[in-house]
Design a protein around this ligand. Sequence first.
Ligand code: NAD
Length: 491
Amino acid sequence: MSAESGFVKILNFIDGQFCEPVSGNYCDNINPSTGAVYSQWAQSNENDVELAVNASKKAFPRWKSLSNGQRSKILHRWADLIDENLERLAVAESIDNGKPISVSKAVDIPRSSKNLRFFADYILEIEPEIFEMPGEAMNYIERDPLGVVVAISPWNLPLYLFTWKVAPALAFGNTVVAKPSEVTPMTAFLLAELSLQAGVPPGVFNVVHGTGQDVGQALVTHPDVKAVTFTGSTQTGRIIAKQVSPLFKKLSLEMGGKNPNIVFADCDFESAISTTMRSSFANQGQICLCGSRVYVESSIYEKFKAELVNRTKNLVQGDPLSLDTEQGAVVSKTHFEKILGCIDQAKKDGGKIIIGGEPFNGAGENASGFFIQPTIIENLSQSCAGNQQEIFGPVITICPFVSEDQVIEWANGTEYGLAGSVWTADIEKARRVAKQLESGIVWINTWMLRDLRTPFGGMKNSGVGREGGQSAYHFFTEPKTVCVKLGGQNV
Ligand code: NAD
């Protein structure tokens, strides 16, 4: 199967086989950098969900009974295959999503194999959990896999976030039915092909394509599904929470953000500015961790702003498949219109567009693509939509601050609490600010640096639960405490 060349049908993957959707219907898949239909995805529904959950349920006892070493080997093989197919997967990701090929090659695809490798290694190093009651008893904790787990992922880092869920679920012995975003289904489809080569047994890993309404909803409410791991918008997370909570399934929600990037005057200017360029515009600003509100201490505000504008002007925008491109297309026409609507609203709210603010006209076949100029807005009040709502595009606001207390209040003044950055040479100040930020992660003098052992997730409306390392181990297993009385009968 050469999925990315020619007009491909993106099929479901159930019980180790690619299959047509039960409905027989397909939806167009659009290349956002050209606006052209280039493939079609299976428009699945609850019937496909039923087949996938049944296959997953059937495969569970055998997969669970494998040793951690056996599962680890399979996951490593899968990771190797991702690495061997880096070029092919990166091209597919960039066509499907609109992101620059340099980003797919350096970030998305390598991180996908790293996700598998990380959990393949993690399961080999799990320490027994023992709690002794001297002279009386000892307790040990058994952690068993849950069964069928549903993984639902978004379009911004398609394979990266898809594997971030699938890898731990499988490593800890669960079987999975996964639904990638219908906006970017291609690399999940290709990953299924690689799972066969890696020797993942039939039914252990299943992929059902389709919309949230047709497939997502049927998956999260299915009685045989034991846990749901979701990454996407807060709006969808809220719907899922409402449906899943009364069913008492385990639920992990990774949702939206409106992250502050706080720059103090005593920062390393070059490091702060170059990283702010990345944290503002990487992946066209479509990373949940992007710093979309930039707060700069007033004494360096004008200098920082001027340099940021200068560098933004020089960003190379255009064909995602060109190696020089730094800014590709945003993911879809709907999203393109949403972002432009947010920029318009900011203008109405008194925001001053200091650079960008318009669609970007691509050349040749990119003329019909969904490109937006990287945009910086100043002069917006903290309560405006532009400083409160997630835009999730190449759009940041910038604002001077005069005191630590003021910037902390502003930083915390949204419904979100996913990530934040603090730039200063004063480590005591940095730690003081970090302590007060309502945020799942705070970076000091860096951004997007991740140790996969650490808990990852959001506070407030950015998330419920944590992923990564031990948090994932705890989420994807059910603990059982076994208490053994020492020296004979209990009294
Ligand atoms: P989305 O919520 O529209 O969709 C996410 C996934 O949920 C898709 O697969 C979609 O089909 C599915 N879905 C939609 N409705 C559903 C329903 N009723 N039941 C079950 N599934 C349903 O989000 P998106 O637009 O794909 O992604 C962008 C959002 O994701 C942004 O808000 C971004 O901040 C967030 N995000 C968060 C993180 C994080 O780690 N916190 C990471 C990446 C993206």
